[in-house]
Design a protein around this ligand. Structure first.
Ligand code: ADP
Ligand code: MG
Length: 376
């Protein structure tokens, strides 16, 4: 890519990944989630290139780039290009002001690890172009168009959580987001003397996009049955445990388990928000374990590696709770670990994991951080 030699960036954007404390797969069921951005991020550098419609995008992380014409945007055979193209396609539907630009991006966010590098990629581009060309998009516009881009160009029928968390987050808080109304509250999160430690299973969730869409369809199928008796129910967020109990014998067992997980997970999100507000750290930990149990046995989006790490953490009294975070089938487990024993915990977990799966665990601390921003 020749432009790299003369590239002089006018604008730098930091676009963070996210963790979700609790509320997994509840977003596309119009329920509650509790995510926050983290310090790991994709950094984008932009320049206008003076051309009408030719753009060049280069991923330093992958050492690959491509050119595109704003007047002829279509899907690519190359997966990562579709995140870029999808966002450009959505922006062009809303505004006509984007012109030729060059962009270099670099990431310290492991991709495919449940930390939503995909949303960071989409939203960072949208945020940068909004700034560079003064498009007048609101943060919520950027969140929504990025989500739509993932649906139409990438093919993952994701909910809105990842993009929302990447853009809207506030340092030191998690976002209690109602995915139906999009109303939200920032909940302060103070876990002292505990830290949030992520263990990356290094199992990349390749299966996830197909299974993700399957889970979404299963929830819709369960909902359809419930609606026969409860016609005012719009989504699984309107269903409670008492209503669902009616279907224990009659609904297909898999559909019942999927619905049952979502109904109880929504409840756990609200309980978690309360536990954080009164700093009841024991409950925080217990809710994480309960959520993982649901993820693993009812929603079936875990994997042996994540299950192993969560079980392993239970033997350690300095860990309050743990669960797999993100869409599933690997990625990272999130652990609430006492600050005095972080290194020991990581060391023991790494050894045990290596012995069991012959994989070198990657471990790091994350802190609740702010959303997408301009870097000065
Ligand atoms: P997650 O969002 O959990 O990281 P996804 O599978 O949803 O996992 O998104 C990962 C995809 O995002 C990668 O396969 C790649 O296509 C794209 N991606 C992430 N980071 C980068 C990067 N630094 N450069 C180019 N593409 C990236
Ligand atoms: Mg993703």
């Amino acid at each position: 890519m020749d432009f790299l030699k003369t590239f002089t960036p006018e604008l730098t954007i930091a676009s963070p990944g996210r963790i979700n404390l609790i509320g997994e797969h509840t977003d596309y069921n119009m329920g509650y989630v509790l995510p926050t951005a983290i310090g790991k991020k994709i950094v984008f550098k932009f320049q206008k290139n003076g051309l009408d419609s030719l753009c060049r995008v280069y991923s330093k992380t992958y050492d690959v780039g491509f050119e595109l014409d704003l007047n002829a945007i279509s899907k690519s055979e190359v997966e990562w290009e579709n995140y870029i193209l999808g966002v450009l396609n959505e922006i062009s539907k809303r505004t006509g002001q984007v012109q030729g630009f060059d962009c270099i991006l670099e990431s310290d966010l492991p991709s495919g690890s449940g930390l939503s590098s995909s949303a960071a990629l989409e939203c960072g581009l949208a945020f940068g172009l909004n700034e560079l060309f003064t498009l007048g998009l609101s943060k919520l516009d950027m969140v929504q168009l990025s989500q739509t881009a993932e649906h139409t160009y990438v093919g993952t029928q994701c909910g809105i959580m990842d993009q929302f968390a990447s853009v809207i987050s506030k340092s030191g808080h998690v976002i209690l987001l109602d995915c139906e109304s999009l109303e939200y509250d920032f909940i302060p999160i103070d876990l002292h003397p505990y830290k949030i430690i992520l263990l990356n299973t290094k199992v990349s969730h390749n299966l996830a996009s197909s299974e993700y869409n399957t889970r979404k369809r299963e929830c819709e199928a369960g909902l359809k049955i419930i609606k026969i008796k409860y016609p005012t129910v719009k989504s699984l967020r309107d269903v409670d445990e008492v209503m669902l109990a009616d279907y224990k014998e009659t609904m297909d067992a898999i559909l019942f388990n999927r619905c049952s997980y979502i109904v109880s997970e929504n409840k756990r999100v609200l309980e978690m928000a309360k536990a954080l507000q009164v700093k009841d750290l024991l409950s925080v930990g217990q809710l994480l374990y309960a959520a993982h149990h649901g993820i693993s046995t009812l929603y079936e989006v875990s994997c042996p590696e994540s299950d192993f790490l969560v079980e392993f953490s239970k033997d350690n009294p300095s860990v309050l709770g743990a669960r797999q975070t993100g869409g599933g089938f690997g990625g990272c487990t999130l652990n609430i670990v006492h600050e005095d024993t972080v290194e020991q915990f990581i060391d023991e977990a790494s050894k045990a994991y290596k012995k069991k799966f012959d994989i070198d665990l990657e471990a790091f601390e994350v802190t609740p951080s702010g959303g997408t921003s301009i870097v000065n």
